[in-house]
Design a protein around this ligand. Structure first.
Ligand SMILES: C[S@@+](CC[C@H](N)C(=O)[O-])C[C@H]1O[C@@H](n2cnc3c(N)ncnc32)[C@H](O)[C@@H]1O
Length: 278
């Protein structure tokens, strides 16, 4: 695991409060990578990542789902609308909670997709009450990842699953340059740490879960950052960011770092499904 101790939760919250409208304009309703099969659009690729994770985790109609780090509610609303799931989404950002709630109402699933603004690491959920803990690209922001998996395992019913996608530290970080790139990504994208594939599998196993699926999707998602870099350049977003704050400038300046990190193996993008034994 590579850690960046300077990241504070107030920076994470501030980042999402400030940038959520820009994510919506420049990327879409999902704040996660696209998963490409061919030359489809970025919107289709983002949707494909959500739908592929649903299939990987075999999520059933009507499942009770906790969407950890729900962003603008992209996944929660999809699950409620298309699978009739009962979803609670949690986000650290009050702006996102408001946004997700309005979107759920607009999509007529306000009674099945509810949103809370709270810290997932302090969340209390009744034991054995969930079928699925869904977590796309939020665990990177958590400070005590092993403890999160322990708590999530307790929330799941026997047979329930964790479905998770995460940015990962690479497996072989021998060179200083690779370690620096991972550190710079942590700092620029406000991640207190990035775990490796082995770290994640270890944390889930230590929490009593059976790891059923592990996929390396790096080469299918890395195009995300070429597109984001191009869109930021075309819209002169960096110029606007300079008028906002230094953190947002640093965030935009690290798009090339994450692209390089994926291409050198300093970082990976992983999909995990783990089951609580019956
Ligand atoms: C990269 S976005 C992913 C959003 C969403 N999962 C998606 O795929 O569109 C990360 C999300 O994690 C949330 N987050 C970060 N730290 C959190 C915490 N401690 N508790 C709850 N949510 C958190 C952010 O507010 C944001 O919604």
């Amino acid at each position: 695991m590579i850690a960046c101790p300077s990241v504070r939760q107030s920076d994470i919250r501030g980042h999402y409060n400030l940038t959520t409208p820009f994510y919506r304009l420049l990327w879409g309703v999902h704040i996660h990578h696209g998963l490409w099969e061919g030359n489809e659009s970025s919107r289709a690729a983002q949707q494909n990542l959500t739908e592929t994770l649903i299939r990987e985790a075999a999520i059933e109609r009507g499942a009770r789902v906790l969407d950890v780090g729900c962003g603008m509610g992209g996944s929660s609303i999809h699950l409620a609308k298309n699978l009739g799931c009962e979803v609670t989404g949690v986000t650290i950002s009050p702006v996102q909670r408001w946004w997700a709630t309005q979107r759920a109402r607009w999509n007529r699933v306000g009674s099945r997709a509810k949103f809370r603004c709270t810290d997932a690491e302090k969340l209390e959920v009744p034991a054995e009450s969930l079928d699925v803990v869904w977590c796309i690209e939020c665990s990177e922001h958590l400070f005590d990842k092993p403890r999160f998996f322990e708590k999530a395992a307790a929330w799941l019913k026997p047979g329930g699953r964790i479905a998770l996608c995460a940015w990962l530290a690479g497996d072989d970080l021998q060179s200083e340059a690779k370690v620096k790139d991972v550190y710079d990504v942590c700092e620029g994208f406000f991640c207190p740490s990035l775990g490796s594939t082995d770290d994640y599998c270890g944390w889930m196993r230590d929490a009593g879960l059976t790891v059923e699926r592990v996929h390396d999707w790096t080469s299918r998602v890395d195009r995300t950052w070429e597109l984001c870099r191009d869109r930021v350049q075309k819209t002169h977003m960096r110029w606007l960011a300079r008028a906002i704050d230094a953190n947002t400038v640093m965030f935009l300046d690290r798009f090339d770092t994450i692209l390089r990190a994926y291409r050198t193996g300093a970082m990976k993008y992983g999909c995990f499904v783990a089951r609580k034994p019956d």
